[in-house]
Write a protein that binds this ligand. Sequence first.
Ligand code: UFG
Length: 328
Amino acid sequence: MILITGAAGYIGSHAAINFLNNGYEIAIFDNLENGHIETIEALKRLGKVEFVKGDLRNIEDIESVFNKYDIDAVIHFAAFALVGESVANPSKYYRNNVYGTLNLLDTMIKHNCKKIIFSSTCATYGEPQYTPIDEKHPQNPINPYGMSKLMVEKIMEDYDTAYGLKSIRLRYFNVAGCDEQIRVGEWHEPETHLIPNILKSTFGNEKTFKIFGNDYTTPDGTCIRDYVNVEDLAEAHRLAYLYLLKENKSDIFNLGTENGNSVKNIFDICEKVLERKIPVQIVERRPGDPAKLFADAAKAKRLLHWCPQRTIEQSIKTAYEYEKLRNN
Ligand code: UFG
């Protein structure tokens, strides 16, 4: 059985669907602090899912999962992931993302479970020294969120040397869209991400969408990011798991489309996909936003045979359908 931590959340739930669709039995561990019970219920309708509500900061909680189920490998998503909040409250991030993960890894070693796929992030690179960013780019995170993920990456290297824990660390760029059948989707409270915020401003009670700065050194002055579809990203986790089974060695992969889209581009595509004008306003830059981030994902394509297929229009379309459902 595969254990997925954080599968009540956005990316974890899509990965869970992918594993279920491919015939795996899964156990889910989530504290439901940011994840949603409705998401777990949706997953339970799709296949064999064992759900345990628990918190990685309590080692007994995770220990109970390994005592109860025979876990072959872990796909580890559970983490806090708001950059701004991590600057204001680093303790929350280090306690959960680092200490919580240590509890998980120690429990895995104790139960002789030595395979893990880890959600890392391009935020571990910090301010880019060059683009596209490949896996060899120096890692100098500029916020506690990125630092917490980098610390875990390093811990995993040491756990491989000492205990033979094999990890695949996946560094995501920006993630977009949702399940084509709209069973799960992006549901953050508060919502800080670009595409859901643009879409939210089309529903009656929401405010004008705000572009955070148009004076960056990019062609249209707004920030450039690499938006990978969440179902494509989910597929990468299964491919990474197969790679780990076959190669039995630790590795690191960037996951992105290798295409940059500016905030303005994304906004224009949203207006086109929705066939309507969306109220917009330019405001001050948001602190800590690098001008340009996009991936060199050649390694994942070459070794995992990962091939992201969905367009940004498809991501926006599914994200909109999910928003509509939630606003009904
Ligand atoms: N943006 C707006 N208005 C909004 C929201 C976002 O203009 O209402 C802009 C941001 O300033 C940024 C771009 O849209 O330029 C993308 O912002 P997101 O918040 O959607 O995503 P980020 O690039 O800030 O963050 C993502 C992940 C983080 C990860 C980070 C790494 O969500 O978890 O990439 O850089 F840490």
